[in-house]
Design a protein around this ligand. Sequence first.
Ligand code: AP5
Ligand code: MG
Length: 217
Amino acid sequence: MNLLLYGAPGSGKGTQANMLRKHFGIPHVATGDMLRAEIQAGTPLGRQAQPILAAGQYVSDDIMIGMIRNRLHQPDCASGFIMDGFPRTVPQAKALDSLMKALGKPLGRVIYLKVETDELLRRLSGRLVCPLCQRTYPPATASCEADGGALVQREDDKVEAVKPRIEIYLQKTVPVLDHYRGEGLVSEIDGRGTIEEISRQVLAAVNGTVTPRGRTA
Ligand code: AP5
Ligand code: MG
């Protein structure tokens, strides 16, 4: 099963991907997490990417497409994956189409988590992350459930980076949704509600059912 989580910054992609990862036992492929791991390790790519992420801008399509190509060829992706944060531009979406075709892996469903801007801003300003494993948590969470690590604010959740992140999403990433709508792959989920309520709708959409608050396009 190859799934794609789509939505604005703070819409809950990482949160729901973590649920799907546990539920289906397939890897969570998150380009933002991969870039932050490069930054933490101080690699040449990490050094190049750090100021781009801090400013809320996008890393180049060439770099991101190469990164995903390498990741999807790894053996743990053979039985499926949950993609989060890619594709973010129409050229990335077209490159993913070609890659999936070459790998013989059709995309099963695109889950669109639709959340209003006010709610995105509220969530991002309070979000905590584990610097060790990258999992995200709501405000006031004490420590990471996986490794007990102390939680921190993400550098790009500071106010000066949040506005450009939302602007670039509207400009470059919204057209990606039309790309997938055209293929009839999109399930739109109203992102209001508790994490557990959204998880139920996401699972229903993945399992191909229509729920009262979500609709399968
Ligand atoms: P990335 O890490 O992908 O960031 P993002 O898309 O901005 O999304 P976020 O991780 O901020 O939000 P999310 O949707 O995962 O929400 P979460 O579950 O954490 O990318 C970071 C950067 O890397 C980009 O800006 C770019 O620079 C670069 N990059 C990455 N991929 C790239 C690409 N393909 N091309 C070019 N550049 C790329 O939830 C947010 C908060 O809300 C949490 O605190 C959570 O607990 C809470 N929450 C979740 N659901 C609910 C709910 N239902 N109710 C209340 N709170 C909730
Ligand atoms: Mg995320």
